[in-house]
Design a binder for this molecule. Structure first.
Ligand code: NAP
Length: 324
């Protein structure tokens, strides 16, 4: 099968399209014929091997995982003998290792059936970024109906999900983005949109109960001034160019002394949250925003684009229906 293979860390050129063997499944696993996969900042971190600290998990001198990609949608091709819920032919989405390939495998509980309302490209986009947004808004922001929520970086991978999820939880949502994305952020449900090229939200008179900062372009102290007395700031920055790890560490230290600063944490995908996201989609409360689709061989360009920090929603790799 065709797959993106990575032997070393570096620039997009380290990702090569090669013919490799189809994955073999274990008894509890499902083999998925990949229709689409999506790109998130974790793919950039795995490609570059930066911040270097991340190599403790991904492999010190070279990546432990040779085929990158985690977020996936496709058709079940085969199932192991202990698989109970899924059958060949089922259309599914979820997460795996090695999504940037024609076939991928993972345990059965990493997948749920794809809602009929979503294309494979949209379903593949409901991955790490959506899970991160859900966990930040629900578990850390504890967002309640009527609260004022501000999402900085509202037009990106995490932001487009966070705006919709905060709305689904009944919040009054303000999204911050650049001029080009004002209409997009409004269209996904934001009650108010601030164009950061014209207005600095940290200087506005409005006070927010929860600020999710996906960007880190203002100091944390300045950003906290836009909070209500009981409000909380979550600084979710850190991924682009691997250069913002210092900010995450600072946020972790400040959170020990300052009540309004939330503690950063790494978000992980899990079956329960995948189900919650599926239900939000089925209820018409969550629709992935697709920045664009790339064929498999253009995965390096797709990851490079995400690395520029101006994606509009989620970047998708389309394998079926595109020249893979
Ligand atoms: N904790 C975790 O486990 C976890 C998981 C996933 C991601 N993250 C972190 O979440 C952050 C966001 O990730 P992402 O995937 O959403 O990134 P992304 O898709 O690249 O989006 C970044 C967004 O930031 C916006 N932006 C750039 N400069 C801005 C500014 N000055 N003011 C306001 N918005 C600005 C861009 O919009 P414009 O084009 O309009 O400028 C873009 O939409 C990253 O730092 C990443 O590391 C954390």
């Amino acid at each position: 099968m065709q797959a993106i293979v990575q032997d070393r860390y570096g620039s997009p050129g380290v990702l090569q399209t090669r013919d490799i063997a189809k994955p073999q499944i274990a008894d509890n696993e499902v083999l998925v014929h990949v229709h689409a996969a999506s790109v998130h900042l974790g793919d950039l971190i795995l490609m570059t091997g930066t911040p270097y600290l991340m190599r403790m998990a991904t492999g010190l001198s070279k990546p432990k995982i040779r085929v990158p990609g985690t977020d996936v949608a496709g058709t079940v091709e085969a199932v192991g003998k202990d698989v109970e819920r899924l059958r060949p032919g089922d259309q599914v989405f979820g997460w795996c290792t090695g999504a940037f390939a024609e076939y991928a495998r993972a345990p059965e509980d990493h997948f749920v059936k794809k809602p009929a309302s979503l294309t494979f490209e949209q379903a593949a986009a409901v991955g790490v970024s959506a899970t991160t947004a859900l966990q930040l808004v629900r578990d850390e922001g504890h967002v309640q109906p009527g609260q004022k929520v501000l999402i900085n970086g509202a037009s990106g991978g995490v932001g487009t999900f966070a705006v919709q999820i905060a709305k689904a939880f009944g919040a009054e949502v303000t999204g911050v983005c650049s001029t080009n994305n004002v209409e997009l952020v409004r269209s996904i449900g934001a009650d108010h949109v601030i164009d950061y090229t014209r207005e600095d939200f940290t200087r506005s008179a409005t006070r927010y109960d929860f600020i999710l900062d996906n960007v880190g372009n203002h100091s944390m102290a300045k950003t906290r001034r836009a909070l209500s007395p009981t409000g909380m700031l979550l600084s979710n920055g850190g991924g682009h160019q691997g250069g913002k790890l210092g900010r995450v560490i600072k946020a972790a230290i400040v959170s020990m002394f300052v009540r309004q600063q939330g503690r950063p944490s790494v978000k992980t995908q899990n079956p329960a949250d995948l189900q919650v996201l599926k239900e939000l989609v089925e209820a018409g409360k969550l629709t992935p925003v697709i920045d664009g689709t790339y064929p498999l061989r253009a995965t390096p360009e797709a990851i490079g684009h995400v690395g520029q920090g101006h994606a509009r929603g989620t970047v998708v790799i389309a394998l079926i229906g595109a020249a893979a």
